[in-house]
Design a binder for this molecule. Structure first.
Ligand SMILES: NC(=O)C1=CN([C@@H]2O[C@H](COP(=O)(O)OP(=O)(O)OC[C@H]3O[C@@H](n4cnc5c(N)ncnc54)[C@H](OP(=O)(O)O)[C@@H]3O)[C@@H](O)[C@H]2O)C=CC1
Ligand SMILES: CC[C@](O)(C(C)=O)C(=O)O
Ligand SMILES: [Mg+2]
Ligand SMILES: [Mg+2]
Length: 491
């Protein structure tokens, strides 16, 4: 097997990277019909497997879970997840030969092994689905010619896939059909029905490609979504403690600070998040974020380049072959950081205080979102896709940090995202050493200034720069269509 992306001509690469169309609500009028009455078997019952399955069953589809014999015999979490929720659970041999749709929701590292085991058992003309295209794009997995291959990739952690559905909504979702595997021309109808069943159509669906999904997903998770939140958390905590801020307070400010400040992104993008600061603090956050952008730009570009060339996937696969030595060492090191180990204070921190004492957090978020968006769009990824993989998903990942610090984030995201997160974090922390020496507790841990004095001309200039960034333009459009869809549904 060889990297599929690297076998494409330049024109084919650009064509697939640029595939991204925001689908109209009318395209989902057929609902779940293309999958109604079909036998759907999910392989794996972890973060995505369980939550997607619950939504699909509640939407009227017939779902069961195929697990490894050992998982069933040992009553592992996957078995408990599926059986305690009343699903039929069976072995591959029992369930796969009659399945119309097999959904592979095992970790990316296992895909080659899982697909090679599953494929011979699948009936002629069935469909194989993924929620991330790594196996097809980076490993070049070849799928039997009679099988249709689709992707339905929710742009968020599995827990949110379920929570949003229960709220009567859904999460933005990217769908694709592998061009090499659509022999009966039914892939798009099935992918659309699947997106309806998970609730994704209510939040916005992008008709895209396996290639665009993989390259944008990897970039978002390595940089702004997970890597930078981890780096920013550790550096900000260490800084506060070194400067005499109570450690319990510092830990709480970070653990919940990302969630509170990025909640503002959901409603009104970077503009709204920055507007939550006092004017002098906004001017300072802008200055800091510009500096951060200059320092971190080469690192963001390196991650994008390494993802595009296949260098990242090659090195991660080397670690897979080496029993995950790097991943496991890095995971342990994250668990041992002072931030992770520190108990948080019981002292109340108000919503506004998270902004007032978190100017640096806001600067990190602005810098990271804009850099990730810029690196993706400069590489041919369409702005809507880049928006979902940078700004949109940041608050969702921040929610996981609020639950149990970095441990919870790294547990909930895929192993692929976790590996990329550590990779970025280890390269980024040393880059920011000098920068961190220049900041003090007036931008992290305490209020920036008691005065509200500000130069009007400077404020106007800064506001214009923030508001005119392309991530703000596409974000305003996408957020408006999400609201519109929500209204259509409840009408
Ligand atoms: N995590 C997330 O939020 C997101 C994940 N994705 C994608 O979704 C897919 C699933 O990821 P995620 O939900 O994180 O995965 P998990 O790590 O949560 O998956 C665990 C499940 O996979 C099973 N499994 C593990 N190894 C094997 C194997 N060798 N053979 C068969 N089953 C195995 C486990 O079963 P057992 O009990 O037998 O070990 C368990 O049921 C990935 O492609 C990922 O990139 C996409 C968007 C977000
Ligand atoms: C952010 C990481 C992710 O891509 C996701 C939750 O969307 C993953 O792979 O877990
Ligand atoms: Mg993702
Ligand atoms: Mg991912």
């Amino acid at each position: 097997m060889s990297n599929y992306f690297n076998t494409l001509t330049l024109r084919e690469k650009l064509e697939q990277l640029g595939k991204c169309r925001f689908m109209d609500a009318s395209e989902f009028e057929d609902g779940i019909n293309a999958l109604k009455g079909k036998k759907i078997v999910i392989v794996g019952c972890g973060a995505q497997g369980l939550n997607q399955g619950l939504n699909m069953r509640d939407s009227g589809l017939e779902i069961s879970y195929a697990l490894r014999q050992a998982a069933i015999d040992q009553k592992r979490d996957s078995f408990k997840n599926a059986s305690s929720n009343g699903f039929t659970v069976g072995t591959y041999e029992e369930l796969l030969p009659t399945a119309d749709l097999v959904i592979n929701l095992t970790p990316d590292k296992q895909h080659t092994n899982v697909v090679k085991t599953v494929m011979p058992l699948m009936k002629k003309g069935a469909t194989l689905s993924y929620s991330h295209g790594f196996n097809i794009v980076e490993e070049g997995m070849q799928i039997r010619e009679d099988l249709t291959v689709i992707m339905v990739a929710p742009k968020c952690p599995g827990s949110e896939v379920r929570e949003e559905y229960k709220r009567g909504f859904g999460v933005p979702t990217l769908i694709a059909v592998h061009p090499e595997n659509d022999p009966e021309n039914k892939g798009w109808d099935q992918a659309k029905a699947y997106a309806v069943a998970t609730g994704g159509h209510r939040a916005g669906v992008l008709a895209s490609s396996f290639v665009a999904e993989v390259k944008s997903d990897l970039m978002g998770e390595q940089t702004i979504l997970c890597g930078l939140l981890q780096t920013g958390a550790i550096l900000s905590f260490d800084k506060m403690v070194a400067e005499g801020i109570d450690a319990g307070y510092a830990a709480k400010l970070i653990q919940y600070g990302w969630e509170t400040t990025t909640e503002a992104l959901k409603h009104g993008g970077i503009t709204n998040m920055m507007d939550r600061l006092s004017n002098p603090a906004k001017v300072e956050a802008f200055r800091l974020s510009e500096e951060l952008k200059d320092i971190m730009r080469p690192l963001f570009q390196k991650h994008m380049d390494d993802i595009m060339t296949g260098h990242f996937s090659k090195t991660m696969m080397e670690d897979w072959a080496n029993d995950d030595k790097n991943l496991l060492t890095w995971r342990e090191a994250t668990g041992n950081t002072a931030f992770e180990k520190q108990e948080v204070t019981s002292q109340e921190i108000s919503e506004q205080e998270y902004f007032d004492h978190g100017t640096l957090l806001v600067a990190f978020v602005r810098a990271g979102v804009e850099l990730a968006f810029e690196a993706m769009t400069e590489s041919g990824i369409i702005d809507a896709s880049a928006y979902y993989e940078s700004l949109h998903e940041t608050p969702l990942i921040a929610n996981t940090i609020a639950r149990k610090k970095l441990y919870e984030m790294n547990r909930v995201i895929s192993d692929t995202a976790e590996y990329g997160c550590y990779l970025f974090d280890h390269a980024c922390k040393p880059l920011l050493t000098d920068f961190m020496k220049t900041v003090s507790t007036n931008v992290i841990g305490q209020k920036f200034s008691d005065s509200n004095d500000v130069d009007n001309q400077e404020l106007i200039r800064i506001n214009a720069i923030i508001r005119n960034h392309p991530v703000e333009k596409v974000g305003a459009k996408l957020r408006a269509s999400m609201t519109a869809m929500k209204v259509i549904k409840s009408a």
